[in-house]
Design a protein around this ligand. Structure first.
Ligand code: F6R
Length: 264
């Protein structure tokens, strides 16, 4: 796991947008796994700006989102489909037919999960998966105790996650407690993973993810097993890391090697 620590959330967004753009320039038909939530919004804004400047094009990109609430339609302002359209897809040159979000209104959600897995396979698998991190260590909606080998399926949200997301729903409005999420096994098949975490509310989950023991109690610890996982943090999210200085030293050395044209 490569740990990159940057001063501010703004720096995290710039780094992530640059990382994603490089992936697309390297392979214009990249298959991206995307996330919702507060964390990636600044990254999406930076990507929109890069598209506007002509520095990158999503014309041939295919996307799969991590998750969707079960029981609210795509038109609902809190649906993740709506979020993606508003925060990214409507502002870039992507073909919306190539963007997929799990179907939260399917008559047969179990079948919808199987079809989602198949669609990822048919697209050639995910080249780069973007992730946020739940305060309880969840990735996607794989809450603590999720099988580390799980596939796309229906998951019950923990009360903590429901409470964290309540800010997006009006008081008294129906808030789903169920979701469809890519499984941890599905996420781990992505060729590269880029996880972003900012703010001190994530510091404890970041510490467990990076320096804790591998455990379903903190699903994000599985990223320790991924050969190409990059974790990008602002200094607040990194504040509890014991080996923080070592990660910064490695990153510094990597940059020196890259500057000298050595790609490792
Ligand atoms: C979103 C997702 C979630 C979020 C996580 C962090 O698609 O799957 O795992 O990434 O809950 O959310 P924020 O960024 O709002 O703190």
């Amino acid at each position: 796991m490569q740990v990159v620590i940057l001063p501010q959330p703004f720096d995290v967004a710039q780094y992530a947008a640059d990382f994603i753009s490089k992936q697309i320039r390297h392979k214009p038909s990249s298959v991206l796994g995307l996330a919702t939530g507060s964390t990636p919004i600044a990254t999406y804004q930076a990507l929109i700006e890069l598209v506007r400047q002509g520095a990158v094009s999503f014309q041939h990109v295919h996307t799969f989102n991590l998750d969707e609430y079960l029981g609210i339609p795509a038109t609902h302002p809190q649906s993740y489909r709506h979020f993606m359209n508003e925060e990214l897809f409507n502002h870039i040159d992507i073909d919306v037919a190539r963007t997929q979000v799990p179907d939260g209104m399917s008559n047969d959600p179990i079948q919808a999960c199987t079809r989602y897995e198949q669609a990822i396979q048919d697209a050639g698998g995910i080249d780069l998966q973007l992730l946020g991190l739940g305060r309880n260590g969840h990735i996607g909606f794989n809450e603590p105790s999720s099988s580390l080998a799980s596939r796309t399926r229906i998951k019950t949200l923990t009360p903590a996650t429901v409470a964290d997301n309540a800010r997006f729903f009006a008081p008294g409005e129906f808030q789903p407690h169920l979701s469809i999420t890519m499984g941890i096994g599905t996420i781990m098949e992505a060729r590269k993973i880029l996880l972003l975490a900012t703010g001190d509310t994530k510091a404890s989950a970041v510490k467990t993810m990076v320096e804790g023991a591998l455990s379903a109690a903190c699903p994000a610890t599985i990223l320790q097993m991924h050969p190409q996982a990059t974790v990008v943090l602002d200094s607040a999210a990194a504040s509890l890391l014991e080996m923080r200085e070592f990660y910064q030293y490695i990153e510094h050395e990597n940059q020196k090697l890259q500057a000298n044209g050595r790609p490792y």
